[in-house]
Design a protein around this ligand. Structure first.
Ligand SMILES: C[S@@+](CC[C@H](N)C(=O)[O-])C[C@H]1O[C@@H](n2cnc3c(N)ncnc32)[C@H](O)[C@@H]1O
Length: 236
């Protein structure tokens, strides 16, 4: 099943191009993210980078010795990621596909990353639940998942009147980036908790924090080995 928001994302990245996406970050921001990830990632983890783009993080993580796999909706991004991996001489299996339907076996990764708003491009509640369910399914016991994106803010009257904010509770923010529509769903602790519970995730935390030099909201999924799962999630 293809969601409408996936078609919008595909069209957006075809127009933006990998070079256009790379132009929207800075080396120093990437370095901050990689430094923060290094503090979280167990050595030699099997990492799935969902919505990996042109390999901004996948490639340096593989160079650092992690076993990285990357998946992205955009064929152009994956082609660029393959070229960047080849240039860095690291073997990374990259694939074109959606985070809502992962082509990987259960419990095949120690860490699932979904960073820089990739998850937030899914506008449909059902698509969001499916993506979280898929991340949880492919996580190994004792593994963790990390999503990061823009936090929910109350819409202004002007945003509502102009149609910039739409959808349930005005959580869709229809950004225009480089002249192209690039909508994002703005999550908070409540919406993340609803999706996690619907996806069967038994342990999660929602954490507001600085990420890559800007305030973001993180969803952290923790898959505990064996034992009885906690009754619900934790938000903080
Ligand atoms: C802003 S870029 C971030 C790329 C990468 N995560 C990073 O941190 O550099 C968002 C990426 O998510 C991808 N994406 C959006 N929706 C997706 C989906 N449903 N499944 C897989 N990838 C998706 C886009 O194609 C795009 O490459």
């Amino acid at each position: 099943m293809t969601y409408e928001s996936e078609a919008i994302s595909r069209a957006f990245y075809a127009a933006l191009t990998p070079a256009g996406l790379a132009g929207r970050t800075r080396t120093e921001w990437d370095e901050i993210v990689l430094r923060d990830l290094a503090e979280m990632l167990p050595p030699t983890s099997r990492i799935l980078d969902l919505g990996c783009g042109y390999g901004r993080l996948s490639v340096p993580l593989a160079v650092a010795g992690y076993r990285v796999t990357g998946l992205d909706l955009s064929p152009a991004m994956i082609q660029a990621a393959q070229q960047n991996a080849a240039a860095a001489d690291v073997p990374i299996p990259f694939g074109v596909g959606s985070m809502t339907d992962l082509p990987y076996d259960d419990a095949s990764f120690d860490v699932v990353l979904c960073l820089w708003s990739a998850f937030h491009e899914l506008l449909e509640a059902d698509a969001q639940t499916r993506a979280i369910h898929e991340m949880w399914r492919v996580l190994e016991d004792d593994g963790f998942g990390l999503l990061e994106g823009p936090p929910y803010t109350s819409p202004t009257e002007e945003e509502i009147a102009s149609g910039k904010r739409r959808g349930p509770e005005y959580r869709e923010r229809w950004d225009v980036v480089e002249g192209f529509l690039n909508p994002h769903y703005l999550h908070d602790a409540l919406s993340f908790a609803e999706r996690c519970r619907a996806a069967g995730v038994t342990s999660f935390a929602v954490l507001p924090r600085d990420w890559g030099g800007r305030p973001r909201l993180l969803l952290h999924l923790t898959k505990t080995a064996g034992g009885a799962p906690p009754a619900g999630g934790r938000t903080s």
